[in-house]
Design a protein around this ligand. Structure first.
Ligand code: ADP
Ligand code: MG
Length: 530
């Protein structure tokens, strides 16, 4: 129940749609109740063979209706008169026409309620995806050394999907099923109160059984999502490393390790869905048991003549309709366990701290005119210091190369300047302003970066070069490409600057990719180029 409420809180921004959904649910319920109630007069017509009986009914109810407020009395009276005046067949036609009308509206309202439900569900998942994406592009890089890419992707896809499903059932469980149950129960009490007391015992009992089954589903679901995440990670790595896997004849090896993980996931899913799927047959069985009890008691009443048979059949039909919303509520409760497990995984990202952000009174770095200074800089990724007490100055206009062994900290030193990471001790200043005190945006505006691995996007050559300066003209892009020695090969591409370079620039050579990233940095024309 707690979980259902947590999921419903997500629908806060869509209050209007939720309200419309509720409205159409209630209308739909009233009309479906009405459509089932139509069975009673239908049966009366079919099974009352003697015309004289209708006269009796009409007379009997005529005396009552003058004071009665009971709808059933009016209905009976109206129907008996219709039969007496126009005959049975005419009455049958009338009932069928009314039935068609009622069912039409019932389905219209059901459709409208679904339309508004979808707005809520997909509205929530849309803003959730956007929020995760926003968070990911603003999180500091160090977050991603701990997280697996596939795991992140599974949070985007299957966790969000899980939330969509559980929100759908939570809304139905809160704003639809209870109203159907209440409406049906009221109708049942109206038809026969004595028989209906039994329902009040049966419903809580079956609810408790279902809740018991749902326990433990949350933990298992979380494991399931984690494992599908790691499976996606392997796939992602495999796709990008296919060349190496083939060259080193490692197909069998990677396939074996994939099979192992795949098997684990299979076993977990079997366990999860055993629990999920046992709920439905159990509640169906409980439903049949309770229907039998009603049949027994009600049948006895019919035999004794205290309950009219056509009313009783109508009662049984209504009662059997009670099972489906009751089942749906229990489904909402156990699905919410899985939804909350997914929600928690998503919140782990949304609530991750953005460690590197602007200080409250950060200034704008307007230009670079004198020098960059590293002063006693120390830095560590985890436990061991990678940089210890490093100091040096770089004057404007100078080209400086860092030379050292692999792993000595050259890239790290460069990453500190755009504040991909923050220094542990010491400080870095630009024109004597500590970079910690300037806004990230203005700092990075002064910088152009060509990384060791060329990072390009699945887009045209033009857009890749103009990535940091979307308003650049073709002339500017061409002149940047010329400086980076890229113009010649770009011209020979199929569509020149409008050629799409494929995923990660896959259609280009390593050197060509490098040149494009240089052109991209040149076009930005920053005072500082890393
Ligand atoms: P290089 O001089 O070859 O560019 P780096 O600056 O990339 O060296 O790396 C310096 C050291 O920091 C290496 O020992 C490396 O293991 C470690 N290191 C680099 N990146 C990370 C990271 N994201 N997390 C933890 N350790 C890292
Ligand atoms: Mg390096």
């Amino acid at each position: 129940m707690k979980n259902v409420i947590r999921l419903l809180k997500l629908t806060g921004p869509f209050k209007g749609s939720v309200a419309f959904n509720l409205l159409f649910n209630i209308l739909g319920m009233l009309f479906s109740l009405f459509s089932f109630a139509m069975v009673v007069p239908l049966l009366k017509i079919l099974f009352t063979t003697d015309e004289a009986n209708f006269v009796k009914i009409a007379e009997k109810y005529e005396s009552i209706t003058s004071q009665s407020t009971d709808v059933m009395d009016y209905a009976n009276y109206f129907m008996a008169n219709l039969v007496l005046e126009n005959g049975k067949y005419y009455t049958l036609v009338t009932i069928c026409v009314v039935l068609i009308g009622v069912v039409f509206f019932k389905n219209l309202f059901t459709f409208l309620s679904a339309v508004f439900l979808n707005r809520v569900i997909y509205g929530v998942s849309k803003s959730m995806r956007q929020a995760i994406y926003h968070k990911i592009i603003h999180l500091q890089l160090s977050f991603f050394s701990d997280e697996k890419k596939g795991d992140l992707m599974s949070r985007f896809t299957s966790d969000v999907r899980e939330i969509e499903l559980s929100i759908a059932s939570s809304i139905r469980g809160a704003f639809k099923d209870p109203f159907y149950i209440i409406g049906y129960i009221l109708a049942l009490f109206y038809i026969n109160a004595k028989l209906s007391i039994f329902i009040l015992i049966f419903l809580p009992v079956s609810g408790a059984v279902i809740a018991f089954i749902g326990n433990g589903l949350k933990r298992k679901s979380k494991q399931g999502q984690q494992q599908s995440g790691s499976l996606l990670s392997i796939l992602e790595e495999t796709l990008s490393g296919l060349r190496i896997i083939k060259a080193f004849n490692a197909e069998d090896k990677v396939e074996k390790s994939y099979a192992e993980k795949n098997n684990q996931l299979y076993r977990l899913f079997i366990k999860i869905y055993k629990r999920v799927d046992v709920a439905s047959p159990i509640s169906e069985f409980l439903g049949i048991v309770s229907t039998s009890v009603v049949l027994l008691f009600g049948g006895n009443m019919v035999i004794n003549g205290t309950l009219e048979p056509d009313l009783f059949i109508g009662y049984i039909i209504l009662f059997s309709q009670l099972i489906s919303p009751a089942k749906s509520i229990s489904k909402a409760i156990y699905e919410s366990n899985r939804g909350v497990a997914a929600l928690n995984r998503i919140n782990e990202i949304l609530e991750a701290k953005t460690e590197i952000k602007d200080t409250p009174n950060a200034v704008t770095l307007k230009s670079f005119s004198k020098a960059i200074a590293y002063k006693n800089v120390s830095f560590k990724y985890e436990n061991d210091y990678v940089l210890k007490n490093v100091s040096f100055d770089i004057e404007k206009g100078k080209t400086i190369a860092l030379v050292g062994q692999s792993g000595s900290g050259k890239s790290t030193l460069a990453d500190l300047l755009p504040r991909f990471y923050d220094v542990e001790e010491g400080e870095i200043t630009i024109d004597d302003i500590p970079i910690k005190n300037v806004t990230l945006k203005s700092l990075r505006n002064q910088l152009g970066i060509v990384t060791q691995q060329s990072i390009l996007f699945n887009d045209t050559v033009f857009n890749n070069i103009a990535f940091g300066k979307p308003e650049a003209t073709l002339e500017e892009v061409i002149s940047a490409a010329k400086i980076a020695n890229a113009h010649e090969f770009i011209e020979q591409l199929e569509d020149g600057y409008q050629t799409n370079i494929g995923d990660g620039g896959g259609k280009l050579s390593g050197g060509q990719k490098q040149r494009l990233s240089i052109a991209r940095a040149v076009l930005k024309n920053p005072p500082i180029l890393i």
